[in-house]
Ligand binder design. Structure first.
Ligand SMILES: [Fe+2]
Ligand SMILES: [Fe+2]
Length: 151
């Protein structure tokens, strides 16, 4: 197993989670619905944990985890969120749906990587969070959750 390839792949994954955190921060500024805000905040916290867990693994393999700064992909995510967020909670949720589709696709691909079982367990756990994020956001959009006082 080539650690260099795995380190690079894990760094890309951590960078995507960093970008997601930035996008979530921006979306939260536009969400005035209390229950949805709480829910989305907890998803942002999940992404914080993903970055911390992935960074620890990258260091353990002898690599250097990415800085907490957006790369070009991050700019794309942030820009996209900014545009959609202009219509409040609904726009923010729709922007985050696009972002979560991207994180879900990326984590799904990561399952195909060759990696030790303990690292796979972390990727699996993160992917389970991503699926839960996307499912909640899709359901919230479907039911127009922002029109209700509690969700
Ligand atoms: Fe994540
Ligand atoms: Fe997510």
């Amino acid at each position: 197993m080539d650690n260099k390839i795995l380190i690079k792949d894990l760094c890309n994954l951590a960078q995507l989670d960093i970008d997601a955190i930035r996008a979530y921060a921006q979306a939260l500024d536009n969400i005035d619905h209390a229950t949805i805000h709480t829910q989305i905040s907890s998803f942002k916290a999940d992404h914080d944990r993903h970055v911390n867990d992935l960074s620890a693994v990258i260091r353990r393999l002898g690599g250097e985890p990415p800085d907490f700064s957006p790369d070009l992909k991050g700019f794309f995510i942030e820009g996209f969120t900014a545009i959609r967020s202009m219509t409040g909670t609904e726009g923010a949720l729709k922007a985050m749906r696009s972002n979560e589709k991207l994180t879900n696709r990326t984590y799904e691909k990561a399952l195909g990587w060759e990696m030790p079982a303990d690292i796979r367990a972390i990727v699996d756990k993160n992917f389970a969070d991503e699926k839960r994020h996307l499912a909640y956001i899709e359901q919230a959009i479907e039911t127009k959750a922002w029109e209700k006082t509690s969700v």
